[in-house]
Design a protein around this ligand. Sequence first.
Ligand SMILES: Nc1ncnc2c1ncn2[C@@H]1O[C@H](COP(=O)(O)OP(=O)(O)O)[C@@H](O)[C@H]1O
Ligand SMILES: [Mg+2]
Length: 264
Amino acid sequence: MIRAENLTVGYELHRERQRLTALRDLSLTVDRGEFVVLVGPSGCGKTTFINAISGLVIPWEGSIEVNDKPVIGPGPDRAMVFQDYALMPWRTVEENIRLPFELQALGINEEEMDDRVRRYIDLVDLGGFEESFPYELSGGMKQRVGIARALVSEPDILLADEPFAAIDAMTREAMQGELERFVAATSQTVVFITHSIDEAITLGDRVVVISYRPGQIKEVVEVDLPRPRFDYDIKTMPEYTELRERVWGLVKDEALQTARGARI
Ligand SMILES: Nc1ncnc2c1ncn2[C@@H]1O[C@H](COP(=O)(O)OP(=O)(O)O)[C@@H](O)[C@H]1O
Ligand SMILES: [Mg+2]
């Protein structure tokens, strides 16, 4: 479904007259229906990687393909969920969720659009809040709107960039359980970024640990825990603790390097 091969991506820093390599020689394949989580220190290129999948940044070297076609720009087959929700404050919940239909020609009729909006509002449990505005909602509810808006175009791939980072700890755990349910209901392929090792293990089929800049894959950890993980209470399982230690072991040095302020 997604194939990155020897992907190198970076940015031209015009002021500094330098080129910054954000990702170097990264190869990763994501299969249909897989939930892949990216973890790694700030600035290691996680966002750059999902921007390359979504077509917002173009590779310097190597290639990125979605459904066997090179990515040349954004498209309705890939939808994004953002940390800051990116809702339009002047639009109601329903109008926010309807937005993708106005931005992209999906080739579906009015009736199908209404049907989808209703279905995804139900899926994310926002029935009764259709006419509410974002300022009237909690963080968790705002992100449900963000998720419904992403799912409404029925994308092949859901890209989520730290979607729960701004949500309080208790709601966050509940949202992880909910996301797992939405994903199971739609057989969605997901690439998800987080700083939380617990979140990565709770959600991922595989956890991809990315090293400090320029970002490269340090290791890919398979998470072989039963689903739905939320119901199984996986945190009490010894396998969970082992996985947690393993991922932390991989991330620790990278995080320390970042905390000590390693520069370009
Ligand atoms: N638009 C941009 N212009 C210049 N540099 C950027 C831009 N976006 C990201 N970077 C730099 O690229 C590196 C990787 O950034 P990013 O992909 O956002 O990392 P992460 O999401 O892992 O924190 C960082 O050093 C960041 O400063
Ligand atoms: Mg980022």
